[in-house]
Design a protein around this ligand. Structure first.
Ligand code: HEC
Length: 165
């Protein structure tokens, strides 16, 4: 054997070893989670990752059940310039006293045609949708408010508004 041949053989062996090592690593990653005390770490990681994907799948009623009316009262600061929480007191917008489960657009107030024509009920689901982006739920609404992008804020304020009923 000359030097060239020895180099080739050594190189070939090293390559084969590397392939074996990679296969072992791959198998290790695959089987590790199922082995003994490593299982717990694996399960926790899965549970933590899941809500990120399924955030939309949690029914709003469930988010609402965990809502905090006290925190909602603070979110209401964003509405106060235009809305009163007192019955019958209209400001820039209609009174929000008792608005949960109230018929849409029925206060003594000069509503836009859109809101006046909604004809439904302010259920918690409708409020959730409206407050996400008013201009999308009620195109042409006179409520100049961008919306509450955080579901938690919406749940909290709806809990607060429910507490006024
Ligand atoms: C810049 C003023 C303004 C702000 C801020 C504002 N609103 Fe309004 N809101 C209005 C107006 C005006 C209307 C009437 C909309 C229409 O007729 O199109 C209205 C209508 C509503 C209605 C429908 C009531 C009904 O009787 O049908 C709800 C519910 C409501 N607002 C909730 C909120 C909440 C909750 C906030 C705070 C997160 C908020 N609004 C912030 C001006 C405002």
């Amino acid at each position: 054997m000359n030097t060239m041949e020895i180099t080739k053989v050594v190189g070939g062996l090293a390559g084969a070893l590397l392939v074996l090592l990679l296969i072992k690593m791959g198998a290790g990653m695959y089987y590790f989670p199922h082995g003994g005390h490593h299982e717990q770490g694996y399960t926790i990681a899965t549970e933590e990752a899941a809500p990120e994907v399924e955030v939309e799948a949690v029914p709003f009623a469930e988010v609402l059940a965990a809502a905090d009316a006290g925190a909602g009262a603070r979110v209401f600061n964003k509405c106060k310039a235009c809305h009163s929480a007192e019955a019958g007191v209209a400001k820039v917008g209609p009174s929000l006293f008792g608005v949960v489960d109230r018929a849409q657009g029925t206060e003594e107030f000069g509503y836009s045609d859109t809101v006046a024509g909604l004809g439904g009920t302010w259920t918690v689901e409708n409020l959730n949708e409206f407050l996400t982006k008013p201009s999308e739920y009620a195109p042409g609404t006179s409520m100049s408010f961008a919306g509450l992008s955080k579901e938690k804020d919406r749940a909290n304020i709806i809990a607060y508004l429910s507490s006024l009923n």
